[in-house]
Design a binder for this molecule. Structure first.
Ligand code: IPE
Length: 255
């Protein structure tokens, strides 16, 4: 039986070294897989980002020429799939039942936004106590030819379709910050004033860093789904989030 769904995203900067192309943080992937397995939550959808397994490659899209999809489009998909396979392998080795889902094969976008994404297979996996592991990906786009869908956009789409109870965004920072440190709670009202404080990412990031993440999550909060941004590079916080603790990171919720 499918209960109340939690969606968690693990950012590419947590799983990979974003400053060096195609470089894993293997020890971190192992630790994270163990934390997820230890928490033991089965009504869970895992989404992960690409980090250096997707962003630098997608940056070269323009080299494909005239918006055509060819070499670098394929390479971007293949490389993020490789990261997905490694993460899946570590989850399985930790005794956690998972299956991969590749957005390219079940999603179409329009101007970089999800137009349609099949979620029946996700529901069936959950019904069978298998946790789906989805990732940011390149997808076919009705206007642009192809587009990059961030894991964050995929998280909000899946959370809406499955009417998720909670969303967790594991990044490599402690939450959304202002000059005084981590902001505990953000609502659509308070967000307007703090937009200018948020920036993109220091490394190559084709999907826009913290600002686009926050924009995505504010829309989700307006639709009644709260989310929690926290530092997944700090030991134990993924497990704490999955066990329902809330006293760390930034919570984004409705007014
Ligand atoms: C990017 O996904 C997907 C590709 C570049 C293929 P994300 O934007 O969610 O990745 P991270 O978490 O920022 O690395």
């Amino acid at each position: 039986m499918m209960g109340e769904i939690t969606v968690i995203k693990i950012g590419g900067s947590v799983l990979t070294d974003k400053s060096k192309e195609r470089t894993l943080k293997l020890k971190e992937i192992e630790r994270i897989a163990k934390e997820i397995a230890y928490a033991g939550l089965k009504d869970l959808v895992i989404v992960h980002g690409a980090g250096s397994f997707g962003h630098p490659q997608a940056k070269r899209f323009d080299l494909d020429g005239n918006g055509k999809c060819s070499y670098y489009t394929l390479i971007t998909h293949e490389i993020v799939k490789e990261l997905n396979r490694i993460f899946i392998e570590k989850l399985v080795q930790s005794g956690f039942p998972v299956m991969p889902i590749h957005p390219l094969s079940c999603t179409v976008s329009i101007k970089g936004r999800v137009k349609k994404m099949m979620t029946d297979q996700i529901r069936l996996m959950l019904k069978n106590e298998i946790v789906p592991v989805v990732h940011g990906d390149v997808v076919m786009d009705e206007v642009l030819g192809r587009a990059i869908l961030s894991g964050d956009q995929i998280v909000s789409h899946i959370a809406r379709c499955l009417n998720a109870k909670r969303v967790g965004i594991g990044t490599d920072v402690d939450g959304i910050m202002d000059n005084e440190g981590v902001i505990d709670v953000i609502t659509p009202k308070t967000f307007c004033n703090m937009k200018k404080l948020l920036k993109g990412s220091k490394d190559i990031d084709v999907t826009g860093g913290m600002l686009s993440k926050a924009n995505e999550l504010i829309k989700l909060a307006e639709d009644g789904i709260p989310s929690h941004i926290f530092n997944a590079s700090r030991k134990g916080l993924i497990m704490n989030f999955l066990s329902g603790e809330r006293n760390f990171g930034t919570i984004i919720r409705g007014d």
